[in-house]
Design a protein around this ligand. Sequence first.
Ligand SMILES: [Zn+2]
Length: 464
Amino acid sequence: MSRASARLSAAATRLPASAPTDAHTVAAHADKGHRLARVPMTALSRRRSVWGCAEGFRMVKDSARKKAARAYAQETGQSYTTAARHTAHRQADGGVSAYQVHIGLVQALRQAGWPVEYEDFPEHVEYRSYPGPARVTVGRADQVTSFGGDDDPDPDDPALLDLSRAPRVEMAAPLVATGYEVWAEIGGDRPVGDVIARLDGLLAEGRATAVARAVNDAGCAVCGDAYPSAHLLAAAGDDRLRVCPAWAFDGDIFVTGEDATGYVAYQIDRLPDSDLSTPAGWAGPAALLACAAPGGLGERLHQQWRDAGTVYLPSQSWSDPCLIWIWLPPGDRRPAPLARFGPGACLAAVVAALDKALPDLRQRVRDEQAENWREAAGIYDDADDQDPPDGFVEQVWPAAVAYAVSMTTQAAERPRHRPPLQHLPGSFDSLQDHLRLLDVALDIGDVESTLGVGIDIITQALDP
Ligand SMILES: [Zn+2]
């Protein structure tokens, strides 16, 4: 079971007090997407008997399938399991294979910069994937009248389904449909570029609507900027001090308790599951913690969260910050180096796009750090120059990118609010406490300088 479906499963079994109850998440979509929205995943291994009538035929077909798999295994020298998978998904009678559409879509989405988790087994006659904050299914659920049975038919089973009819691709966001969501479907026989364009459009539209609907009914405990209360997080471990992303590591809030970092990670992780309007800027603190932490942060958080009594699983992105979802500035506010992406992209793709378009960015940061060092040391005479130490921390560079890009997005999405980057610099004073809790061995001064100078230079470079 993938992280995303495990998280859905957890949502079905336990609804923590922090589950969103915002007024803006009014359920208005009972008529569509309700099947995609089915949260309980207990049917994964459940067996019932709706398909009983087809059983005899199915057994014949299964044995034909096994024969084909055995023959293929012998022919190619592959294991029976591998051969069975291959023969099961061969396109039958010229029809379109749901499995092939599913896998092809996952690969194309990843090439387009999306972070994607996916299942490689069908459930309820569909394959599932989770690109960014969206959920996508590919299958032939439209050809059955109910779910369950003694087995789910494979979406490419020619004995039970009409494979001449194209599989259906359904897409929706956010991951858990508890309120406002967007939903669409498109034929699986359409070119993959069309499917991705549909997902891009759906998510961009959903994001814009959700952000416009969000009600700013609370204020950041430090800077006072207005946000929806659910979007302010207890970054320092104290629920009475809920702050905006720009001030997550501010020195005015004292980190309390050994679980503060695990707790803020939990809040950041849960935030977008059921809400399409969450502040883009939270990608910054998320990337900073994930990039700075020694390897295996996800495992560590898992243990910590379990000890704290939650059954939620940490996102894979805590151990692999490349996968962090970054909302990108919409429409004409989009900087040119990020033009090729949809409404968002994974951090690795964003970093790579900047490297390609602006290959000297890191060096510019290094140069300015050196300049700052000389000024601090009172060295103004070039002839007298000493070599400044290299304060650039490669490990947190992606975090500087995440801050600069996601907060540029936030400024574009909330034009009537103070742009978060305008008051970000100098607000990393409690970062040291978090890094200590994570056993980070990096030099805190170098980390802060790479972030501060880096965010500044990236932001200027992206200003269209
Ligand atoms: Zn604030």
